[in-house]
Design a protein around this ligand. Structure first.
Ligand SMILES: [Zn+2]
Ligand SMILES: [Zn+2]
Length: 239
């Protein structure tokens, strides 16, 4: 299987293969794998925290959301802007077992597989029920420059942003639930790094694991049961 270096999940899949081949203390040697070997999962807010190395090799501390407000203030270290907010990695908002690079207002909420499923449903209902990221433009909420003086257009934009933020809260609620569930399923110890969870998830049918998580998200968004969500999706799209 081809693994692109930019594909974080692919890297970890490869690390998982190496991990089994070498020994239990091996965590791969890419920066991503090393960082994921030091980040831990907060059991209150279910965000990742711990020391990490940035691309320019600077060592910094990623904090979870227990310590910083939800507004996601810019990440500044020693007076230098690092990222839009303090997060180099986060777990997929749908499956909770894929780690993705983050910290930009344009960072995706989902791993590739989950994003494809979510896109199908959003397109089917012709609404962005499950937002793709933090920035309004990622979710089709925008206002044209020439409409900036048009109070109706401005009000519609503001309403769109409010609705988007409510929907982001829903997927965040799901992510906290699914991260807790995956941590329990894969018996992630409080002191174990997140890569242990990722590696263990590669030891099961990962596609089915992600599908199940996706149906749970759909169930939450539509106010249905997980089985109803699965039946609905499989009727429309097949297996
Ligand atoms: Zn926390
Ligand atoms: Zn995912």
């Amino acid at each position: 299987m081809d693994i692109r270096d930019s594909d974080l999940e692919g890297l970890c899949r490869k690390a998982a293969e190496d991990y089994r081949r070498v020994d239990e203390s091996y965590h791969g040697d890419s920066r991503d794998c090393r960082n994921l070997s030091s980040l831990k999962l907060c059991r209150k807010c279910f965000e990742l925290y711990g020391p990490i190395q940035l691309e320019d090799r600077q060592m910094v501390e990623q904090t979870c959301f227990c310590d910083i407000p939800k507004s996601e203030e810019p990440w500044v270290v020693d007076g230098r802007f690092v990222k839009d907010f303090n997060q180099e990695y986060e777990l997929c908002y749908c499956c909770g077992v894929a780690a993705m690079t983050s910290g930009s207002r344009y960072s995706s909420f989902y791993c590739e597989e989950c994003k494809q499923r979510i896109r199908k449903v959003n397109e089917l209902v012709r609404r962005c029920l499950m937002p793709y990221g933090r920035h309004s433009i990622m979710n089709g909420v925008s206002i044209k420059g020439e409409s900036a003086e048009d109070s109706k257009a401005v009000a519609a934009f503001a309403a769109g942003v409010n609705e988007m933020n409510d929907r982001i809260d829903v997927v965040r609620t799901h992510r906290a639930r699914i991260a807790r569930k995956q941590a329990e399923r894969f018996q992630l110890g409080l002191d174990e790094p997140i890569i242990a969870l990722i590696l263990r998830s590669h030891g099961v049918d990962l596609n089915e694991l992600k599908r199940e998580a996706f149906f749970e998200l759909i169930a939450l968004v539509f106010g249905r049961t997980t089985d109803e969500a699965r039946r609905f999706y499989e009727e429309v799209y097949g297996q």
